[in-house]
Design a protein around this ligand. Structure first.
Ligand SMILES: Cc1cc2nc3c(=O)[nH]c(=O)nc-3n(C[C@H](O)[C@H](O)[C@H](O)COP(=O)(O)OP(=O)(O)OC[C@H]3O[C@@H](n4cnc5c(N)ncnc54)[C@H](O)[C@@H]3O)c2cc1C
Length: 341
């Protein structure tokens, strides 16, 4: 059995992300002994929050140098933690920090790495990981003999670990040669109300090109569409996805919804988000788009066309209706509900 290290870092506010806790659950489910390695400015509170996780040791690299995301220090910290743990199998969350630093760490350790892993289990005493290929069309189960083996797990693949907090004693790990020549001056991030991609949302709301098309009165109503969509996102905290046709319109200089970018595009040449539910509006449901819905469990669509792609076995429920009218009514209901609470 491999010696297992769960490699985590704290977020800017000193806590562990949901994805980090998911990796902890995945490690627990393997059934063996494991060590946790933490990296961050001050990791004591984060370590205390997972006191009951069952780790045999908690190693830490901490200090101001490791508070921010920087390749050189992240890679040096991860390498030091892996060496201190003497681990053969290293599990890490697919965070921006680790996704950038860990491939280099695998090289430094003369090991191997698999990213975008969606499951891990033990088969006959050997770890086996699941991963999708060719735009989520082929699912593979694979194992490796080379060690150390770093496995970077995608978010949403395991339940987040929940358990007792307590007071733990951390083993401090020294990091040699953590180059700090790159200075982190600050972080630019969109304002909270401009952030439409929410990986943890319970619902994916997809807007299609129909929102910009001429409607029953012979006119497009893009402004109304924008208000309805943003109103729904505000009231529901859903994540916003888009079809390719809709985001391509902005590149073609047409009247568009300004809050949509190619980052929102779901599908074959877009993303494959994970949400329990999805609602597609004014989107035809063509295969190159629907392939991005692989991990959406409950699928619904609103379309004027009873013969659209969604109606051909791609959705659980299709509402043959005008999405402008449906979403206006849904927003009214949500507003009344939030006013009542
Ligand atoms: C190689 C390749 C890769 C591709 N990759 C992607 C990808 O990653 N993602 C992607 O999305 N597409 C992708 N496509 C494009 C894809 O095939 C479709 O062209 C695209 O998804 C269509 O977008 P749409 O459904 O929003 O627009 P349309 O096909 O124009 O459909 C608009 C829909 O809106 C409906 N509608 C209009 N008004 C209303 C209303 N008031 N109420 C309700 N419904 C209304 C219409 O009935 C229609 O069904 C790819 C294509 C190729 C060839």
């Amino acid at each position: 059995m491999d010696r297992i290290l769960v490699l985590l870092h704290t977020d800017a506010d000193g806590v562990l992300s949901k994805t980090a806790l998911e990796v902890l659950s995945a490690a627990n489910a393997l059934g063996g002994e494991f060590v946790v390695g933490l990296c961050g400015r001050d990791v004591q509170a984060a370590a205390d929050s997972i006191a009951g996780c069952g780790a045999s040791r908690l190693l830490a690299v901490s200090g101001d140098t490791f508070g921010e995301s920087r390749y050189a220090t992240d890679a040096a910290a991860a390498e030091a933690l892996c060496r201190a743990a003497g681990a053969g199998l290293i599990l890490a969350p697919a965070s921006v920090r680790w996704a950038r630093a860990l491939p280099g760490v695998a090289h430094r350790l003369a090991g191997v790495i698999d990213t975008h892993v969606t499951s891990i289990s033990m088969e006959d005493g050997a770890p086996r990981v699941g991963r999708w290929y060719y735009r989520q069309r082929i699912e593979a189960a694979l194992t490796r003999t080379k060690r150390p083996w770093i496995v970077v797990l995608e978010s949403g693949c395991a339940p987040a670990w929940q358990g007792e907090a307590g007071r733990v004693v951390l083993e401090s790990v020294e990091v040699a040669n953590a180059a700090t020549r790159t200075r982190v001056l600050g972080v630019h991030s969109p304002k909270a109300n401009e952030q439409t991609i929410r990986p943890d949302a319970a619902l994916l709301f997809v807007a299609g090109a129909g929102w910009t098309k001429k409607q029953a009165d012979g006119q497009p109503h893009v402004d109304v569409a924008g208000e309805l969509i943003l109103g729904f996102l505000r009231n529901s905290a859903a994540s916003l996805g888009s079809s390719k046709s809709l985001v391509d319109l902005s590149g073609e200089g047409q009247a568009v919804l300004p809050f949509l970018t190619h980052m929102n595009q779901v599908g074959q040449t877009g993303s494959t988000p994970r949400h329990p539910k999805g609602l597609a509006t004014c989107c035809h449901g063509e295969e190159p788009h629907v392939v991005g819905w692989r991990f959406i469990n409950d699928r619904r669509a609103v379309n004027l066309d009873a013969n659209c792609g969604w109606a051909r076995g791609k959705a659980d429920v299709v509402y043959v209706a005008d999405a402008f009218a449906v979403m206006a009514r849904v927003n009214e209901i949500l507003k009344t509900r939030s006013a009542a609470t």
